[in-house]
Design a protein around this ligand. Structure first.
Ligand code: UD1
Length: 420
């Protein structure tokens, strides 16, 4: 297993091109199961999760090819309706093959994903939505066994205890495309990645309105065709590079980024004393004055993304004063707190809150990555810490950041991989 070693203290400078969004790509690849015709997906990041999803598609009877940043998905005469535990247990997003499979083949058997380090992560909303569309669902030996004669439209309220669900909205929206009549999803997730999926589905022939808002209307059609689509930029990768620029006191120019997908982060950075210079597809930041502490609460889009919480915490660690994080999506998503404290941070966790007292400096230490975004938080801390930080279990990072070490090296960072 590899580890990532960072010698901190370099001000990162230069241009970085943000890759396509992982969270858009994965459900979009699942959507190709809704058609027998070819689909071409551009601006696809080459990630561990991408390759897992391509393996799943192949196991379900598709031919796939990833060439540079373009994925081609073609049908074969073989179809399969079982998504195996070995895939779904490693990558939760694979659960969103359930909606397309049952809508297209009228049957599906998809492993339940189980929990993960950031919390329980149930799938009740996915199942509630699909049942409302007329899918018969049983749980057998850890699998969801779904059967349907013809899916029918329904008015579905899809809000849960923690608000809307991204992948449940995706799953139900994809299934509803082939249901008879007009489905309304109320309390739908408004994330740009859901809207991006809807854009692909529309290109495939689906009739969808309201995507990007909490009420999505889907008029079912009999068949969907092939399509070509370009994935939106990854707002979480962009946010991570924005904080890399700030935390090191550097000057990174982000390209291929949609600033309006990052409004909650930009707003908080302005509050802490940062000037944000943006065009429609680029961002650059300037630290104006002494940084001020800030409070953030993670919420569904357009609120502050939970996927930026760990990276923001690292930034708060070196921001003078007391900052508070309230985690409202995954109240247990704080595995990185103990690791940051090992680097000299002063963070106290109290239930869903983390109280961060800014320190003058962090010091490098061996730390362990627990999940994808926590790992990104540790990389940021390593970039500003004095001395050497080594982060083990970096396969987490490879799931969601394309060439992170190479992109950081190009900006001047002293970062490299080593065998553990
Ligand atoms: C997606 C993202 C993930 C991000 C998360 C929240 C992808 C591939 N992953 O995950 O990076 O952290 O959104 O922005 O897009 N919930 C239920 N019942 C359900 C489903 C979810 O109670 O059936 C809860 C979850 O436990 C959580 C909240 O709803 O508290 C939001 O989760 P959800 O939006 O579903 O996350 P994912 O779609 O799995």
């Amino acid at each position: 297993m590899d580890k990532l070693v960072i010698e901190g203290g370099v001000k990162l400078k230069g241009d970085v091109t943000i890759s396509g969004s992982k969270n858009s790509l994965l459900p979009i690849l699942a959507a190709t199961l809704l058609t027998d015709e070819p689909c071409i997906i551009n601006n696809a990041p080459n990630l561990r999760d991408t390759n897992t999803m391509l393996k799943i598609l192949r196991s379900l009877g598709k031919n796939t090819e990833l060439d540079k940043a373009t994925v081609s998905v073609l049908s074969t005469p073989k179809t399969n309706f079982v998504a195996d535990y070995k895939f779904v247990s490693t990558m939760r997003a694979s659960f969103c093959v359930l909606g397309p499979l049952v809508a297209k083949l009228k049957k599906a058997k998809v492993s339940l994903p189980g929990g993960c380090v950031i919390g329980a992560r149930p799938v009740d909303l996915h199942l509630k939505g699909l049942k409302a569309l007329g899918v018969n669902i049983n749980i057998e030996s850890g699998y969801v066994v779904a059967k349907a004669k013809r899916l029918h439209a329904e008015h579905i309220y899809l809000g849960g205890e923690y608000g809307s669900s991204v992948l449940a909205t995706d799953n139900v929206m994809m299934a509803a495309c082939l249901a008879k009549g007009k489905t309304i999803i109320e309390s739908a997730a408004c994330e740009p990645e859901v809207a991006d999926l809807a854009e692909l589905l529309i290109k495939m022939g689906a009739k969808i309105k309201g995507h990007g808002s909490p009420i999505i209307e889907i008029e079912g059609v009999k068949n969907l065709g092939g399509a070509e689509h370009t994935i939106i930029p990854d707002r979480i990768e962009a946010g991570t590079f924005m904080l890399a620029s700030l935390i090191t006191g550097g000057d990174i120019h982000l390209k291929n980024v949609f600033p309006y997908h990052l409004s909650a982060l930009i707003d908080k950075l302005k509050e802490t004393g940062v000037k944000v210079i943006s065009t429609s597809k680029s961002i650059r930041l300037r630290r104006q004055i002494r940084l001020k502490p800030i409070n953030i609460t993670t919420l569904p889009f357009p609120g502050f993304p939970t996927d930026m919480q760990a990276q923001m915490m690292s930034f708060m660690c070196i921001t003078p004063g007391i900052s508070v994080i309230t985690e409202k999506i995954y109240p247990d998503r704080f595995m990185h707190v103990a690791e940051l404290n090992r680097m000299g941070a002063h963070i106290q966790r109290e239930g869903p809150h983390a109280i961060v007292e800014g320190v003058k400096r962090l010091s490098g230490a061996p730390v362990m990555a627990s999940d994808l975004r926590a790992s990104a938080g540790l990389v940021l801390a390593g970039l500003v810490a004095t001395g050497k930080t080594s982060i083990s279990r970096i396969y987490h990072l490879e799931r969601g950041y394309e060439d992170l070490d190479k992109k950081l090296q190009a900006l001047g960072a002293r970062i490299w991989e080593e065998k553990e």
